[in-house]
Design a protein around this ligand. Sequence first.
Ligand SMILES: C[S@@+](CC[C@H](N)C(=O)[O-])C[C@H]1O[C@@H](n2cnc3c(N)ncnc32)[C@H](O)[C@@H]1O
Length: 703
Amino acid sequence: MGNKRHGCTNAYFAKKRREKQGGNTSENPKEDNRSSYETTIRENEKFLQYYKMQNICPKGEWDHFISVLKSDLPTSFRITASSNIEAKSLLKLVEGVFFTDLLKGELSDEQKNSKPFCLPWYPQRLGWQLKITRKDIRGSEAYYRLHNFLISETGNGNISRQETVSMIPPLLLDINPSDKILDMCAAPGSKTAQLIESLYSGSTSSVPDGLVIANDVHNARCYMLVHQAKRLNSANVVITNHDATVLPAMHLNENGDSLLKFDKILCDAPCSGDGTLRKNPDIWTKWSPGNANNLHGIQFRILKRGLELLNVGGRLVYSTCSLNPIENEAVVQRMMNEAKGSVVIVDARHKLAGLKTMDGLSQWIVVSKDLDVYKSFDEVPEKWTTQIRPQMFPLKDDLFNLNKCIRILPHHQDTGGFFVTVLEKTKPLPWETALKETQEENEKSANGVEIKENKRKPKKRRYQGYKEDPFVFLTNEDPVWPEIRDFYELSDFPVHCLLTRCSVGKKKNIYYTSSSIRDIVKNNQDRVKIINTGVKTFVRCDNKSMKCNFRLAQEGLAGISSYIGSKRRLQLTRDEVIIILKNPTIPVTDLDQKTKDKLENFGVGSCILNMIDENFPLELVGWKGFSTLKAYVNGECRLHYLRLLGVDVSQFDVNKFKKESNDDEPVDKNGTFIEEVITNNTEIKEELVPDINGLKEELIEKS
Ligand SMILES: C[S@@+](CC[C@H](N)C(=O)[O-])C[C@H]1O[C@@H](n2cnc3c(N)ncnc32)[C@H](O)[C@@H]1O
């Protein structure tokens, strides 16, 4: 995974969401009237009756459970784990600067009790929870530096603000860098991001062998996945848009005689979401026991398809943010019953040391939406038999060790409610074996004529949403390849892993994927709707002074850097990198003599700036002008690296509470520059900057 992308659209999504909800769209905190949640009535008599009957909470804890459910959710976040060195440096900064700072400020008694704490079960101390809500952080001056920091580092993928319990499922998948992973219901993608990070965190290669396919049935929500994946700059991800209950097995080659099976699958199913009542209080008014009954069927079908796509020996995690056994244990029990011993429930609690959990239920009640309780399917009146299914009832004995399922109750750790189960496939599912036998018989009876399931003509599918541009992979014969290859001295580079999104006309961006992702995209474009893949690696810049029409993109640098020769590399000292990051452009004359010497015969154009530091290897895309050098990265990225290099960047922190009164204060040249790039941080601007600068430089030097 490359250096993370810099450009935040979180605010955009939040604004759109508020617009849709008819709420305030203002970015000014003083005008912010997000009070609708405060006025939501957090009561529902049926909810209380139902869960009392379900016995999901120990009797003496009921009142505590309900009072916590009615309160707002605290903030939690995790530091991106894909690059160990960066994660460690950021952690040092979080613990050493922001939290210490925070506790030094003028705090109310309540705020003093809100000391951040590290989630004991999250690896490498990278998961954190604060005893304050997001609203508190947004609305209090004492937290403005932390708030700015979280927003800036979230935008460029170094931090993810994620609900504590939602961090659990990916951890239980035990991911290795070579794993083929499927995220069946992935949007908006916080767990997908964790899956991608896990692929990289154990890998010694900048492009691991494994892959992540992130899928969601809702076309619009798939673009949230695109946003998530882009923050992480991974060449190992594909985003697909398909109904997970009938997700086709992907072809690994052109003949379609080799199908992709996954080593790890996350099935984070659509659910009634009553575990998220603290975050989404409007669920209080909408809640009905009928919702769970209506979801049970689709949850089961998604889980079943997941197990079909799983390798024998592979692991699947089924999770929901619902407290309801009909969506949880009943789904798992039904699946275990059909799997007939080919799947086992794994006890994974030891992976969550320090987290208080409850055992899965082995007995529960089944009710209609009017809260009438039925002990067996025979008692269910006909009018409810489409909603209540026989498989929803608990078996008399717990034949499948449902107690190994994991429940998390909100009041135990001040979190949301959650359900998670780890399943392992120990042999083919009974119907997979039967299918294989029928297939073999068909083959025999056809007397040598091969009839293969996967060779049948696929049904024509109607796709929703935009028609995506094609994914066109480059070949050695592509007209743009020789100039790129020669300019960057790319040796042994897998050119067939580069792709564009246009089949005719000038190529603008060139993306890079791992070779397994390339095979999947090439062989399945007609069968599954592929929304996005690849990390931006080369960008057309048409600068006449450069001998190649494509510059490097910071996003894709980590993936291809090892292939690039020495001609376009510059070794810089730590101090030089700091100066370059602090300034928009610097004259070559300001650099060390060694660098000046090297730059004498260094052609104009895109290059790699390598910082010489064993403990913190840093690579940036740079631009060598006629007599200047600059880092070709945006403002957030500059701030990030300056922070990691120990530079105090507090001068760039905008205190929105004081902003109006400070408007007249002069800001130094660097401050203005960085702030400008952050606030106007658009791709278009980034694309334009070098050309304008190149042009300016050319003019200045010519005159
Ligand atoms: C609980 S959310 C997933 C949250 C996500 N895993 C995360 O951590 O950000 C459930 C998702 O399932 C999707 N979904 C619903 N039905 C689906 C189906 N039949 N196939 C695939 N996805 C589905 C919804 O669009 C929704 O995005």
